[in-house]
Design a protein around this ligand. Structure first.
Ligand code: ADP
Ligand code: MG
Length: 634
């Protein structure tokens, strides 16, 4: 075959439905695109003025106006940007996927370096057809002697061009809506959509409901009330919808705490003050601005739920984009503006983008730096924040090795002795009682009995009650050689036992047999110890290893692995306790056999109860037995 080359032609009629349907998943995107184009048109005009290629009339005030009209089913997007000549309409509008924005940047790239251009792919304009049966452009270019142009297209594959009556510089896009778009003529709907995307647009943005205006005029004509000042009063000056200078663009040095807090309340509608924040402000090697807030949890059991709003040159793109922001940071609340990201079309582009990695690494570093500097320079407040921020920090450590490496020395633990301790401090302070072992409490109420035992013996445990703590402990164990976390009910440490109190062998086996019979559970181990605390007859211990296995298998898969990892429980009988001693005294008294059984059952239940909640039928038996014992007392 002869060698041949050429370019593949695309048939618009085939490609169009695809663009309409798949390119943008949310319908309101057309507003984002059209207002972004209006904003771009103004940015370009400003730039042309700045470099002396155009001259703005005196008193020029840039603005964008969106006008909705229910009655004639239209939406207009009006700007006073640079407008387009006939040639430009042909070039930029009639060619799909030819981006005028990129073309513009290319053309002026040497003359000025401030970006702010939103457009990217040359597809945005066509999103108008997602909601319109007809789209009309009326535009007048800033260029001398330019004539106003009208471009009209039904459905987007064919167009007509003619003269337009527009007589001011700029562009009006008129959408004649199809049924798909009618909801956007509702003033409230349009307002919330505009606020979502453009709360921080750099140029003033106004919304007008011309159907409402018309109705008002009608009413006033029909019934002119005498002495009604209101009808004659000056119409209220409309307020722009947006804040054209968001706080994140300001130099951190010039921002006050008050401003940060106000901004937080306004953006996240959270009336709890944030704990602290990080202001990202960098131009090089990439452009990244934003503010990340550490929110306060409203109540103890609230899970952290953050929100990171991503902006692209002050235009909202989306919430919580996992491809850009490391997942654990999504627990924070914040705004990020990264104009270096190609965010306009599809998220799937992002994953392979080199910038994404760099940006996410940078943010991670900044967050870690903030935490360590608080830890080092303001430990008192850091301790105070810890209850609120610890799930976030731990999740970050588990998810991101780099983050763990940066914050590992700033990890702290709430202690049963009150206050907070680092791992290092804990190990140092307790090394005489147990080496390389950390005892922890996972439920302060349930484990109160064990905590009491610990306190009596001058021992210390840390409090780890969060969902993430199991993973967090495994992580720390994998990092610290030989380090071991043990739940407070996993073991009786040597320092709780009395020294030199050998109990006769036959007493030990008597107690073991007695309780084996009473409890009738083959898996239960029984152990006799003499504890320093003489008031407790028995405690139940649960092997750390088997408990963790069980918890893990419950968490993943939900499969019942009970048979593979049986609960390794041990009942420790305290031979220094009076009740236990009394049982031994009755060893040979057959006539008291029933009483011995009653008491031993009760001892077991009590030990169990301070370990976990009783099963329903065990509970019923316990209550029944308690009543029997009370009867005996009287
Ligand atoms: P992009 O914004 O990615 O370049 P669009 O499809 O959104 O692609 O727009 C195509 C081009 O049409 C723009 O780059 C711009 O040159 C031109 N254009 C669209 N809307 C306007 C407007 N309101 N004012 C001036 N030019 C516009
Ligand atoms: Mg665009």
């Amino acid at each position: 075959m002869k060698h041949e080359s050429g370019s593949i032609s695309i048939n618009t009629e085939n490609i169009f439905p695809i663009i309409k349907k798949w390119l943008y998943s949310e319908k309101d995107i057309f507003i984002r695109e059209l207002v972004s184009n209006a904003s771009d048109a103004i940015s370009k005009m400003k730039k042309l003025d700045a470099i002396g290629e155009a001259e703005l009339p005196e008193g020029n005030k840039f603005e964008i106006k969106v006008v909705v009209n229910k009655n004639d089913k239209t939406i207009k997007v009006i700007d006073n940007g640079l407008g387009m000549t006939e040639e430009e309409v042909k070039k930029y509008i009639n060619q799909i996927a030819f981006s005028g924005a990129v073309d513009f940047l290319e053309k002026y790239k040497d003359k000025s370096d401030d970006g702010q251009i939103i457009g990217h792919f040359g597809l945005g304009f066509y999103s108008a057809f997602m909601v319109s049966q007809r789209v009309q452009i009326d535009t007048l270019s800033y260029q001398k002697d330019a004539a106003a142009v009208r471009w009209v297209s039904d459905g987007g594959t064919e167009f007509e061009m003619s003269d337009s009556d527009r007589n001011e510089r700029g562009t009006t896009i008129t959408l004649y809506l199809s049924d798909d778009g009618l909801e956007f003529t509702d003033e409230y709907k349009m307002r919330t959509t505009l606020e979502k995307y453009f709360a921080f647009l750099p140029y003033e943005l106004y919304l007008e409901d011309s159907a409402k205006e018309e109705e008002k005029k009608e009413e006033n004509k029909e019934e002119p009330k005498e002495g009604d000042d209101q009808a004659n009063a000056e119409p209220k000056k409309p307020e722009p919808l947006n804040d054209t200078k968001p706080l994140w663009l300001k130099n951190p040095k010039d921002c006050t705490d008050e401003e940060y807090k106000q901004f937080y309340t306004k953006v996240f509608h959270d009336f709890n003050e944030p704990l602290f924040w990080i202001h990202l402000n960098m131009d090089y090697p990439f452009n990244l601005k934003g503010i990340l807030y550490f929110p306060k949890l409203k109540h103890e059991f609230e899970t952290m739920e953050g929100q990171i709003k991503l902006y692209y040159n002050q235009v909202f793109v989306a919430d919580n984009i996992k491809e850009v922001i490391p997942e654990f940071l999504l627990l924070l609340k914040g705004v990020l503006d990264c104009p270096d990201l190609p965010l306009n079309v599809s998220r799937s582009f992002l994953q392979n983008d080199g910038y994404v990695n760099k940006i996410s690494t940078h943010i991670t570093k900044k967050v870690a730096d903030k935490l360590t500097s608080l830890f080092e320079n303001d430990r008192e407040n850091y301790n105070k924040y810890w209850d609120d921020i610890n799930p976030f920090v731990k999740y970050g450590c588990v998810r991101e090795e780099k983050f763990y490496d940066r914050v590992k020395d700033a990890l702290i633990f709430k202690s049963t002795k009150g206050g907070y301790t680092t791992l290092k401090e804990y190990l140092e302070n307790n090394k005489e009682k147990h080496e390389n072992k950390v005892f922890y409490v996972s439920d302060e109420k349930q484990q109160a009995q064990y905590i009491k035992l610990f306190n009596e013996n001058g021992m210390e445990a840390v409090i780890l009650t969060n969902m993430i703590d199991n993973h967090f402990m495994s992580l720390l164990e994998s990092k610290g050689s030989g380090l071991q976390f043990n739940r407070i009910d996993a073991d009786i440490s040597a320092s709780m036992k009395q020294e030199n109190t050998g109990i006769p062998e036959d007493n030990v086996s008597y107690l073991e047999n007695l309780f084996k019979e009473t409890v009738n559970d083959e898996k239960l181990k029984i152990q006799v110890e003499s504890l320093k605390n003489e008031t407790i007859p028995a405690v139940v211990l649960l092997s750390e290893q088997s408990r963790r296995m069980q918890e893990m298998s419950k968490m993943f898969g939900g499969m019942d692995m009970g048979h593979m990892f049986p609960k390794e429980q041990t009942l420790v009988l305290n031979s220094s306790n009076k009740l236990v001693k009394a049982l031994l005294d009755l060893k040979d008294k057959d006539e008291r056999k029933d009483d011995v059984k009653l008491v031993s059952e009760h001892i077991y239940d009590l030990a169990m109860m301070s370990h976990q909640t009783l099963e329903p039928d065990a509970m019923a038996k316990f209550i029944q037995r308690s009543n029997e014992i009370l009867m005996k007392v009287l």
